[in-house]
Design a protein. Structure first.
Length: 343
């Protein structure tokens, strides 16, 4: 039996990535994928001209999939939304719908009148008398940001099927049954998102304003390179310990160290909160920067935890994947997670 096709559309700062999935029997099927450059102003500009250019780029990327569908799932950037896993006493859905706004006022530092708030129960104690609390994922997104995405997609002839955060899409793409306690570190262009998974459930997530672009700028400044040369050096030499890689590693170490510090904070939080639970067994690196040579070794040596480059394509065990996207697997994690949402 073949299910309808589902499209994940990852609107990145520099690239637009689209993936179409379907499901045959119990297996995911990769129908098509497309990558296109994001227009220079991206989604940051309020100019009608720039919005029109963005709409055209998004519409063409989906059209080029050639899957006869205009409905897309998208993600808002983690650094533009408020995401929090909170603990609350066991409540019914009706009680939670009233209580959640009190929690939101505590955790979201802007007026709730400007926010669209959604929530989802991650874990509810089996017995109401149990002292164990329920875990709730709360997401607040600026309403004007949602309206902007809806407007641009509509201008591009696309239908917005669903909208969520990048981290939720990443978790969906990477977390499988019997998943060990893991911290997922997704290093994007301008921010890095951290997510801790315990018992297959998200227990902590937040974003920091440091990413791959900062690494590129550091290389450019230290070596007197153009932006394109800095990007090429970064991808070629990464953080290897020999030759140019060693020099570049020293240049970018302060940026990686700031990410390292946040990972240590997250791990300390986990250890304190779950004193009797399993320790974090792996660091899972995602995002375009995760492909840089030697970056996994850098984190493994400094954290003392096995560090693995995420491979979202493992769900296609029986399907031949194009080398074009196989080599850039971590780039497509968000788009894949979004496409998996419906099926």
């Amino acid at each position: 039996m073949v299910f309808n096709k589902s499209i994940g559309l990852d609107i990145g700062l520099t690239k637009i990535k689209a993936i179409s999935l379907s499901r045959q029997n119990n297996n995911y099927v990769l129908d098509a994928f497309q990558v296109a450059p994001t227009p220079a102003k991206g989604m940051l500009s309020e100019s009608p001209l720039d919005e029109g250019e963005m709409a055209q780029a998004l519409g063409k990327t989906v059209d080029d999939l050639k899957v006869n569908s205009k409905s897309v799932n998208i993600a808002l950037p983690d650094n533009q939304v408020y995401t929090k896993v909170i603990e609350m006493p066991p409540l019914t859905d009706k009680e939670l719908s009233l209580a959640i706004y009190w929690e939101a006022e505590r955790h979201i530092p802007v007026a709730l009148s400007t926010i669209t708030l959604v929530w989802n129960v991650l874990k509810r104690p089996s017995s109401p008398t149990n002292e164990e609390k329920m875990q709730v994922l709360m997401v607040g997104a600026p309403t004007n940001l949602i309206n902007k995405y809806q407007k641009v997609l509509q201008m591009g002839g696309l239908n917005l099927n669903s909208i969520e955060t990048e981290t939720l899409a990443i978790v969906r793409a990477l977390v499988t049954p019997n998943f060990p306690p893991t911290i997922i570190v997704s290093i994007g262009a301008i921010n890095t998102s951290l997510a801790i998974i315990k018992d297959g459930i998200l227990v902590l997530t937040y974003s920091i304003q440091t990413g791959g672009n900062a690494i590129s700028r550091s290389i450019e400044a230290d070596f007197g390179l153009t932006p394109s040369q800095g990007e090429e050096y970064k991808k070629t030499y990464g953080f290897t310990k020999e030759g140019a890689g060693k020099k570049i590693g020293k240049s970018t170490e302060p940026i990686l160290s700031s990410i390292l510090l946040e990972i240590r904070k997250a791990l300390a939080f986990y250890s304190q909160k779950y004193k009797d639970g399993e320790i974090i067994q792996q660091v899972l690196l995602s995002g375009g920067t995760a492909r840089l040579p030697g970056i996994d070794i850098f984190f493994a040596e400094n954290l003392g935890i096995e560090t693995v480059i995420a491979n979202p394509w493992k769900i296609f065990a029986n399907q031949q994947i194009s080398p074009e996207i196989l080599n850039g697997a971590t780039d497509y994690t968000i788009a894949l997670g979004l496409a998996m949402r419906d099926i």
